[in-house]
Design a protein around this ligand. Structure first.
Ligand code: ADP
Length: 471
């Protein structure tokens, strides 16, 4: 097949072979999409799992070059474009080879957007709350009767949607800093910046570099752009200050002129969620723990509200309120997993940085044992001492970061240092927790020292909490 003349995909350069790095769900979908459009594709994966081999075989059967178990780096360096799957770190040899050879590297999202020119999307980035806010936005759009999907880091890869016969009209799109880095055409209907704090210091040289990627949300800002920003976070306002377009803000702390706010309701004076100067619902009707989740709900409702004038009618407001009432905590995010012998076990395994653990501690209302540790990501833990002291009983420091947790917190709060035997950590928590207490896994660290990922850590917590030692 001859290569199409569409040079925009190649960022103005001559079309040629596209190297797809990673044969997971999004890599496979992007390879199929490009192959269907007549591009020459070379897809490869360093892993040799049966899933990767199967994906390679399927692509090969469709006429593409594909291999599992390694990359042809010289071939990648000759490609006209490289598409990186989300899980592939920027330092991985195929991406390093591409960069060295001057080959542009883009994300799967960039390709998906290229093939979905009609798509209207709300893009969500920030340090914490991206997934929850994105899921809320998708849920609210569907509650308005729209054909909307969750995409990006959660839900379906955009490339897979582009392959479908009836692509959705709307998407709620979660974008990590790495994805933003490699998505030069990002130009959302509404862009949401939830909050900013240091994270990924293990993968970025310094915090400025990390923030610079986050700022790429605004790279194509124009007069018609719409932004939803956290008025309680000066870093967010600062980052967006020069972006063209119109900005609306949300606040849970009484910031002036916020278009979405947590404020007393008329009559009862009970806290409520307000949008555009009118009450939407009572705070208590939201089944999510912690004020950070009120911020996520306000951000999501505001983004959907400003996305289209049709979303601002009384009927639309009523549908949004009903949808927010229905929404439940996502797995691994302050998720209660069971009460055993009067002790409530709460799984916040997704809290992989200090700021997300901080909000978990702020939301706690009963005495608790905190499980803190894992692979250290570079931030100090001292900021956790004060919110912990309010109702916390003892910190169990575990995993690789245990010595650092102990160094930062000992003397400020009770800390016990444990090793990397998770079953022993859970048993110690069980001994220390009395009926009426909670045990909170909110580790502020990544899981990679002891588990394949945070989901596996959560699964072990869940099983061991229930008293199943066979794991
Ligand atoms: P992300 O996708 O950005 O990692 P999630 O919605 O998955 O965010 O939430 C991950 C963790 O971050 C939660 O367990 C919670 O502890 C914390 N978190 C969620 N929303 C916020 C917020 N708005 N502000 C601060 N921390 C938050």
């Amino acid at each position: 097949m001859s290569a199409p003349r569409d040079r925009s995909l190649f960022r103005g350069r001559a079309p040629g072979e596209v190297a797809v790095v990673g044969l997971g769900r999004s890599g496979t979908a992007v390879a199929r999409l490009l192959g269907r459009d007549g591009h020459r594709v070379y897809a490869s994966d360093a892993g040799d799992s049966s899933a990767a081999r199967l994906a390679a075989a399927e692509l090969a059967a469709q006429g593409m070059s594909a291999e599992a178990g390694g990359h042809d780096l010289a071939r990648i360096a000759r490609a006209a474009l490289v598409v990186a799957s989300p899980g592939v770190p920027p330092t991985a040899p195929p991406l390093a080879a591409a960069r060295k050879a001057g080959v542009p590297v883009v994300s799967e999202i960039e390709i998906g957007l290229h093939y979905l020119p009609q798509l209207r999307y709300v893009a969500v980035t920030g340090t914490n709350g991206k997934t929850t806010t994105t899921a809320l936005i998708g849920h609210l759009l569907r509650a308005l009767g729209l054909h909307a999907v969750d995409a990006g880091n959660i839900g379906t890869p955009l490339a897979q949607l582009a392959l479908g016969a009836e692509p959705p009209a709307w998407a709620a799109l979660e974008l990590s800093s790495f994805q933003l880095h490699d998505t030069p055409s990002v130009n959302p209907t509404v862009g949401v910046l939830t909050n900013l704090s240091p994270d990924h210091l293990d993968r970025y040289g310094d915090v400025e570099e990390y923030y610079a990627d986050k700022a790429l949300l605004f790279r194509n800002a124009h007069a018609g752009s719409r932004w939803v920003l956290n008025a309680d976070d000066p870093g967010v306002l600062h980052m967006a200050r020069q972006a063209a377009g119109h900005a609306w803000t949300f606040s849970t702390r009484g910031a002036p002129r916020a278009a979405a706010a947590l404020a007393p309701l008329p009559g009862t004076g009970a806290p409520g969620l307000w949008i555009d100067g009118a009450p939407l619902m009572a705070r208590d009707e939201l089944a999510l723990l912690g004020d950070h989740n009120v911020a996520n709900a306000l951000a999501a409702a505001l983004a959907v509200y400003v996305a289209d004038a049709g979303h601002q009618t009384p009927d639309a407001r009523a549908r949004m309120a009903a949808a927010l009432r229905e929404f439940r905590a996502l797995a691994n995010r302050l998720e209660p997993v069971g009460t055993y012998d009067g002790v409530e076990w709460i799984n916040d395994s997704k809290a992989t940085n200090v700021s997300s653990t901080l909000v978990a501690l702020q939301g706690m209302r009963k005495p608790y044992v905190l499980l803190l540790g894992g692979r250290h990501k570079g931030e100090p833990y001292t900021a956790l001492a004060e919110p912990f002291r309010r109702v916390g009983k003892v910190v169990l420091a575990f995993g690789e970061s245990a010595p650092m947790v102990e160094r930062d917190l000992a003397g400020l709060v009770p800390v016990e240092r444990m090793g990397s035997d998770f079953a022993a950590v859970i048993e110690r928590a069980r001994e220390l927790a009395a009926p009426g207490d909670a045990v909170l896994l909110s580790p502020a660290c990544s899981s990679y020292d002891m588990f394949a990922n945070y989901e596996e850590r959560a699964a072990a917590f869940r099983r061991l909490a229930a008293g199943d030692a066979a794991c």
